[in-house]
Design a protein around this ligand. Structure first.
Ligand SMILES: [Zn+2]
Ligand SMILES: [Zn+2]
Length: 306
């Protein structure tokens, strides 16, 4: 089950994909929700408008016309490659389509022929109307095709779908021909390549406060372990075992420690046990500072890339 994205999230992921997004009126609340349910979402549907003229196209998709009230989609993709947001919620774009197609979209399988009009598509698809006459001659500028690719990839990635969840109106409803002038198969290959190249856009994610606390805690633990290992393998310094002076004198020399051999012995036993427990928990076979450093580096790397 995939509930519709919030309008803010919808806007955010489109911009994060590098799209120029232009908001029109109260698009967040302009919809046909009084006519039926919206969601769960299963895919993205691409259309052509059969209109000419940038502003006219955006306006008619927002307002609709006579027998077909707007919004006629969520976003209008103009020839310049902008995404104009005109509505959010149920929109009059998909109409009735084929339930076998919907099942294939949900299962991310090859589409069967659309030969039935028995299923409410406005409920389950994000809709994008693309400015084009749809006569097979009106060109599709590269900017516009790139915007369609980005819209499809952004929504597919966000919902955990593949490129197979992006379909054309002509694949949904018998008798429809849109979009005309490029194939949906070619568009899906582009979307697949885009999803492969950039499986998740987390490279620029800043570290959270929790991440930083975890890292500093991990480093602190590792330093303590390294100190303990040094003590156990050769003469050197050791944590001051005397709680009365530990605050002002964190470490004392082994020579000094020998004056209080009992405390040192107890401390060494405890340190040894602590180090062994820690090492066991890290699944390493022998105690060496190098091994510990390596484990720490791996753990940090895993944490940072997770
Ligand atoms: Zn259409
Ligand atoms: Zn535009």
């Amino acid at each position: 089950m995939a509930p519709p994205l919030s309008p803010d999230r919808f806007l955010t992921i489109l911009r994060a994909e590098g799209l120029t997004v232009i908001e029109h009126g109260d698009w967040r609340n302009h919809n046909r929700n009084h006519k039926g349910p919206w969601g769960p979402m299963h895919g993205v549907m691409i259309h052509h408008t059969v209109t000419r003229g940038h502003d006219y196209t955006v306006d008619i998709c927002r307002r609709g016309y006579g027998s077909l009230p707007g919004p006629l989609c969520h976003g209008v993709i103009c020839k310049q490659g902008h995404v104009h947001l005109v509505g959010y919620g149920r929109a009059n774009h998909a109409g009735l389509g084929d339930d076998d197609v919907l099942r294939a979209v949900i299962a991310e399988q090859d589409l069967p022929p659309d030969n039935e009009a028995n299923t409410d598509g406005n409920r389950h698809f994000y809709g994008f109307e693309c400015e084009n006459l749809g006569d097979g001659e009106d060109p599709w500028p590269p900017e516009q095709l790139l915007a369609i690719e980005k819209v499809g990839a952004a929504l597919a990635r966000e919902h955990g779908w593949t490129e197979r969840s992006v379909i054309g109106h002509l694949e949904w409803q018998p008798g429809k021909v849109d979009p005309r002038g490029f194939t949906m198969a070619s568009m899906r290959s582009r979307i697949a390549a885009r999803l492969d190249d950039n499986p998740q856009q987390e490279d620029d994610m800043p570290l959270t406060t929790e991440d930083k606390a975890w890292i500093s805690g991990e480093i602190r633990d590792a330093i303590k372990e390294l100190v303990a290992v040094e003590v156990l393998t050769k003469d050197g310094i050791i944590d001051n075992p005397n709680p009365d002076t530990a605050d002002t004198n964190a470490y004392i020399s082994m020579e000094t420690s020998l004056r209080n051999i009992e405390i040192v012995a107890r401390r060494a036993d405890k340190t040894s046990a602590d180090v062994k427990a820690k090492v066991d928990s890290l699944s390493v076979g022998s105690v060496s500072p190098d091994a510990l450093a390596e484990i720490l580096a791996d753990k940090l790397a895993a944490r940072l890339s997770s």
